[in-house]
Design a protein around this ligand. Structure first.
Ligand SMILES: NC(=O)c1ccc[n+]([C@@H]2O[C@H](COP(=O)([O-])OP(=O)(O)OC[C@H]3O[C@@H](n4cnc5c(N)ncnc54)[C@H](OP(=O)(O)O)[C@@H]3O)[C@@H](O)[C@H]2O)c1
Length: 248
């Protein structure tokens, strides 16, 4: 972040899991963190409290990333806060697994809307602010599944792979205005999303991971923190894995 003014970082889905760890890390880095959530206000407030208890500043912000009107309204509010928006982390996501033969159109729409269309629309609104400031870092939280595919996750994988195309194209569009765009592809990370797996499934998965275990939300947050700040000022359009070697 810049040395003079406090700048803001918006983390979508900041109330739980990977997003909560990212929010806390960016809070420690000195950003005013906007912790977005859609339903879980108590969890979002817990994250805000952890950041403020650690001496940082943050606030919770409710909006549904799958709703364009709510995105635009939220960005208008952000623009009025009197601090530059320096970082956007498109982290909010859902996974609704099913084999393609059983896939319902509503589930497909929801998956693409929440994971991919949201990231494109939020990026569109954020670059309007960041281009004016000639400074910004957008980080897309994609998935290893978008790189290597996974049976039963056609819609999720398509959305996550779409985020990689978004990253590369947008990086080319906005680099001249000093806005950087990168993607992080987590492997299997211990969160509510992977808690749906039982111990037997987790052990089976771990056997295929060269580093031999699932990752933590903090493992992802450390990379996001690096990509958010000036340490990574010459890095844009890149896809970086945090996957224990699962996909090399
Ligand atoms: N966990 C993994 O192994 C893994 C691996 C690869 C990639 N990822 C990706 O990493 C990201 C975070 O995953 P996670 O495991 O931390 O997920 P999680 O624990 O299930 O948390 C999901 C977060 O997204 C928010 N969210 C969901 N739908 C939303 C919406 N429509 N609008 C706004 N916020 C919404 C939730 O808010 P509420 O609390 O209000 O519900 C929550 O904060 C996702 O994009 C996921 O695809 C995860």
């Amino acid at each position: 972040m810049s040395n003079t003014t406090k700048t803001m970082a918006l983390v979508t889905g900041g109330s739980r899991g990977i997003g909560a760890a990212i929010s806390e890390t960016l809070g420690k880095k000195g950003f005013h963190v906007l912790v977005n959530y859609v339903s879980n206000e108590a969890k979002a407030q817990e994250v805000v409290k952890k950041i403020t208890d650690a001496g940082g500043s943050a606030e919770a912000m409710k909006f549904d990333v799958s709703n364009e009107e709510q995105i635009v309204k939220a960005m208008e509010e952000i623009a009025k806060k009197g601090m530059p928006l320096e970082v956007l982390v498109n982290n909010a996501g859902i996974s609704e697994d099913s084999l393609i033969l059983r896939m319902k159109k509503e589930s497909l729409d929801r998956t693409l809307q929440t994971n991919l269309v949201s990231a494109i629309l939020l990026s569109r609104e954020a670059v309007k602010l960041m281009m004016k400031n000639r400074n910004g870092s957008i980080i897309q939280i994609s998935s290893v599944v978008g790189e290597m595919g996974n049976a039963g996750q056609v819609a999720y994988a398509a959305a996550k792979a779409g985020m990689l195309g978004l990253t590369k194209s947008l990086a080319k569009e906005v680099a001249s205005r000093k806005v950087r765009v990168n993607a992080v592809t987590p492997g299997y990370i211990e969160t509510d999303m992977t808690n749906e797996l039982n111990e037997t499934q987790k052990n089976a998965i771990s056997q295929n991971i060269p580093l031999g275990c699932l990752g933590s939300a903090n493992d992802v947050a450390q990379l996001v923190s690096f990509l958010a700040g000036p340490e990574s000022k010459y890095i844009t359009g890149q896809i970086i894995g945090v996957n224990g070697g699962l996909y090399i």
